[in-house]
Design a protein around this ligand. Sequence first.
Ligand code: ADP
Ligand code: MG
Length: 238
Amino acid sequence: MGAVLVNNIGKSFGKVDVIKDVSITVEPGEFCVLIGPSGSGKSTILRLIAGLEEATTGAIHIGGRDVTRLPPKQRDIAMVFQTYALYPQMTVAENMGFALRLSGMRKTEIAEKVKAAAKLLELDQLLDRLPKELSGGQRQRVSMGRAIVRNPTVFLFDEPLSNLDAKLRAQVRGEIADLHKRLKTTSIYVTHDQIEAMTLGQKIVVLRNGRVEQIGRPMDLYNEPANVFVAGFIGTPS
Ligand code: ADP
Ligand code: MG
């Protein structure tokens, strides 16, 4: 059974069908990339999985549970956004522990989890800094740290590299790949960048206009694209 099952979901905003009959299975531990041009519905699918939007039709299962009507908090997911959205007045440690504090966890336990995540992300020397005292790459690592401390069943990433310059993008991309190798947390990663998709994805879902065009391993999409759209999208080096 998959860690995440998206079954025939549809989403309409008013009269506009934005997501049309999308089905995706993500295996436990798998790194799944959703790729497609701007407006193809990537963020909406991620928000449906996170519970930030409610599906109009279809069902979503996470870790074997039907979460279709559950609020985000009960879905056992953690999301990393393109804007790091750190609290400016809180230190790195406080930012990383904030969600745990809200959940009522004991201070000593929070401190342990934050320390472990900081070590993993090489943020251990920066725990007392404020976000404004960090580089862009470091901030993005703090936002990943915030996700890691919650030990979720699934990580959701929405274009986490898009606010970084080209050099930093390659570096943080490598860090995300390393992290997945070590933690093996099931991940769903949204991007419009084929290099990111091909290097990070074990499974790639190609989207256009709210529909799935093809799902496959990177080499399958490269060698046997289902149509001209997929060929153009996956084959073009950026
Ligand atoms: P992507 O992330 O691939 O760029 P989105 O999922 O953000 O695409 O958007 C897909 C389509 O849904 C776009 O046409 C967008 O305008 C529309 N859309 C997204 N959110 C809303 C909303 N809250 N209300 C109305 N339309 C929306
Ligand atoms: Mg988007």
